[in-house]
Design a protein around this ligand. Sequence first.
Ligand SMILES: *Cc1c(COP(=O)(O)O)cnc(C)c1O
Length: 418
Amino acid sequence: MHDFQFKNNELYCEKIKVREIANKVGTPLYLYSHHTLVDHFTKIKKAFAPVNPMICFAMKANGNLAVLKTLLNEGAGVDIVSQGELLKALKLKADPKKIVFASVGKTEEEIALAIKTGILFFNVESVPELEEINRVAQKMNKKTQAALRVNPDVEAATHHFITTGTLKNKFGIDLKSTYDILKSQKKYPHVKISGLHIHIGSQLTTNEPFIKAIKKIVEFISSLKNEGIDIEYLDIGGGMGIIYKDEKPQTAQEYADSILPILKRTSLKIIMEPGRFIVGNAGIFVTKVLYIKDNGYKKFIIVDGAMNDLIRPSLYHAYHEIVPLKKAEVDTGTFDVVGPVCESGDFFAKDRVLPKVIQGDFLAIMSAGAYGYVMSSNYNVRCRAPEVMVHGNKYAVVKDRETYQDLMRGEHIPEFLK
Ligand SMILES: *Cc1c(COP(=O)(O)O)cnc(C)c1O
């Protein structure tokens, strides 16, 4: 459930007409519902209350400061993947003890800043990385914490670009190597390895892969215990799927019901890293119809948003529901919804049955809150769209539309060209 609903045939976000915001702010734009964000976070928190997990929002799904602040206000921690995300979290005074840091390619600069900040732990993805963290911590005369990201080699039924938990992927460390590292912890005196981490993929709509991976890891942890190796934290990652089209994903409660029995048998401190589940359906992308084009073979709705704003359809062939802001009982037709960018890959939908809209109408591209704005670019020298947040009957621009000055900042004509 989310807060983008039709009332009297008009799309509302909470208590405001989306059209009103589109007219005021201009299009294209991203729009987020504060209430939906809180609601989704709360659903996870309630469902998993029996193990009282630390819920670290995966801010790579949506790094907007107002979105992050909304979740921090609810007690969320943060799952970061870069120094930039760390700096954003620190700007909002996120508690470093609730920050975990994943990424297969952490640089020395990133590692040093995270150690200085005192984050809870690094999610370590390889032996060389662990060696590097140890070296940097030693240089700083500090001891830091790590969780090893285990690749449980579990196939997750999702798009092959977003499955991460098999040995074909670049992520994590296989079980045997994890064991070897834990046995030789003395080699890393500046890193306390206190946890294990898994994240097997994104947009998973069934519990089976989660259950399989978590069972595997919990059994592994108990076998370690027999050898005197104590693990304090289990970070079960993110990956919970949402409804884009006709998926029937597990609810937070169903997910919890399926894995709590396994988790409750342990005394591990549980960490979760949901991204898409919290923010995916809490955001939409609003765009305006520029032209309708009929080339005799196909019909196109050409809009002012493009693949540079929302790349999921082009990149993953992802489905996003598209609805006019005004629901009308009119004829439908079959259209490709495309943007102005000079690429055939610039589309939001192909062969989609839609109401016949006209020039100047607004369309909402639904479920665009996760991996939307954060993946936007300036391709074709297009300014990034603004981000707007609604709270009840109020709204605020939480990120300005980029200006052409922004786009040219930092570019120089060298002397030899003058
Ligand atoms: C991307 C990512 C997440 C969040 O994934 P969602 O599918 O958005 O929940 C969590 N943990 C790690 C390590 C990630 O890379």
